[in-house]
Design a protein around this ligand. Sequence first.
Ligand code: FES
Ligand code: FES
Length: 145
Amino acid sequence: MIRCTINATSRLLDVPAMRRLLDVLREDCGLTGTKEGCGEGECGACTVLIDGTPVNSCLVPVAHIEGAEVLTIEGLHGHPLQDAFVVHGGAQCGICTPGMIMAALELERGSSLDEIQTTLAGNLCRCTGYSSIYHSVKAGLDRLP
Ligand code: FES
Ligand code: FES
C-alpha cells in the first residue's frame, strides 16, 4: 500500500510498488489529464508535481510518492494558465498541454520570454506551436496576483 496525497485528497493505493506513477494516475486514479507522449522521459507530457517539484511521471515508480503530495492538472481548477491556453491557442492537439502548464507553474508573474523558454525546455510539442504556447504562458502569468 502507498499512502500519499493527490490533488489535496488523501489516498491509499493498493498497487505494485514499481508501477509507473503515470499509469497509477491515469488507470488507477482516473486522472487522465496527465498524458503519455514518449514514455521515456524525453517529452514532458507526463509532468506532475511531487512535493512542488516537476517530474516526469513516466519515469517515477509509484513507491516514490509514499508520504508525498502529488499535484496533477486536475488539481489546478481553472488556474490562469489554463484559461490563457484556451484564449491564446496554446493547445493544438492538447497532448503536451497539461505538461506544459504543470512545468510553467514554477514561473512567476513578469517572467521573461527567455525564462519561459528555459523553464519549458524539457517539454516538447509535436504540433510545434511553440510561439502560441509561450504567448499563452506569458498571458497566464500576467494574470497571476
Ligand atoms: S511521457 Fe513522460 S517524458 Fe514523455
Ligand atoms: S499541442 Fe499537440 S503536442 Fe503540443
